[in-house]
Write a protein that binds this ligand. Structure first.
Ligand SMILES: [Zn+2]
Length: 328
């Protein structure tokens, strides 16, 4: 258990390094992540690895901690009933969810007890899954949507994660319901907003101003732009800084198509390795820019690996050395 809470460190202005991609890194290491994936629809992705390749999951976490990550995100992106039900594992979702939290906490305790574990839970994404327009709240109904996040958070809180991180939440309406539901577990809540654009908006055209206004008064401590192109984060982050008063952060996607080996889906790149649009040193330059823009949490999402986080680590340490993050 860390001696200082992550909330306290963020309030003191400190810059913290997050880990890189977990699902993509598991795939890179040969773990099967495409169970139930068909056409352009991804199944539960890395969720099943928590029981089927637990040692590799823990190894990935430990590798990120070894290169200096202050925060790791547990492998709980799709350990939900909604995403496991199509592969006939819906009734066992708690086993996969609990294992994800436990593996991350175990890795933290083994490598760096001062590091933090964020319980990362993706939104159901039913609009994308079923090609149905609409928010998850509209498609599932708000009580069911909230129940999924609240139950998932409760399981993760029991494993000892420090922060709840509903991520890949696409619509403002869903963001608000997700942070409310996750807060029920009694941990700080951060929010991960995906796929921001070169127009400085969400992929649905919603603005950072509208997002911040909607979140006002709701229990969210930090907002992070995630799984987006680094260039789009550089456009959107200043707008988030203007709009939202709390800590902000960024963890970009550098090009990843989990389905490339089987589906050929046009997503963000042709395949997991060659699609990497940015070298570790280029991504570290972006991280430096985002810290200058006010980001206090920087890391990587899909297709980033320990090599990217190692490069960013030097930038974060030097930001701390310049005095950012000293206790006010
Ligand atoms: Zn991602």
């Amino acid at each position: 258990m860390p001696t200082r809470s992550v909330t306290e460190r963020l309030r003191a202005g400190e810059v913290l390094l997050m880990d890189g991609g977990t699902g993509s890194e598991l795939q890179r290491r040969g773990v099967a992540v495409l169970l139930g994936s068909r056409g352009d629809k991804l199944g539960p992705w890395s969720a099943t690895a928590n029981l089927d390749a637990a040692d590799v999951v823990q190894q990935v976490h430990q590798d990120y901690l070894r290169v200096g990550a202050d925060i790791i995100i547990s492998n709980n992106f799709r350990t939900t009933r909604t995403r496991l039900a199509p592969v006939a594992l819906g009734d066992r979702w708690t086993e996969y969810a609990r294992a994800g939290g436990q593996l991350a906490v175990r890795a933290r305790n083994a490598i760096n007890p001062e590091a933090y574990v964020a319980g990362g839970m993706a939104a159901p994404g039913l609009g994308m899954l079923y090609d149905r327009p609409g928010t998850d709240v509209e498609i599932m109904g708000e009580p069911e949507y909230r129940r999924e996040f609240a139950e998932h958070s409760r399981v993760l809180a029991e494993t000892g994660v420090d922060v709840m991180l509903p991520e890949f939440v696409n619509f403002i309406q869903d963001c608000v319901a997700a942070v409310d539901a996750c807060a029920e577990a009694g941990r700080p809540v951060w929010l991960g907003v995906p796929w921001v654009t070169m127009d400085g908006t969400t992929r649905n055209g919603e603005t950072m101003e509208d997002l911040a206004t909607a979140l006002s008064g709701h229990p969210v401590e930090a907002v992070l732009l995630m799984c987006s192109r680094p260039e789009a984060i550089s456009v959107t982050l200043p707008r988030l800084r203007q709009a939202f008063g709390g800590p902000i952060g960024a963890y970009p996607n550098v090009g990843y198509n989990p389905m490339a080996p089987v589906g050929g889906r046009v997503h963000l790149g042709p395949d997991i390795i060659s699609a990497q649009a940015h070298s570790p040193s280029r991504l570290a330059e972006f991280a430096r820019e985002w810290i200058e823009m006010g980001a206090q949490i920087v890391g990587g999402c899909c297709a980033t690996g320990p090599e990217h986080i190692m490069a960013m680590s030097a930038v974060v340490r030097s930001a701390r050395g310049r005095g950012r993050g000293r206790d006010a």
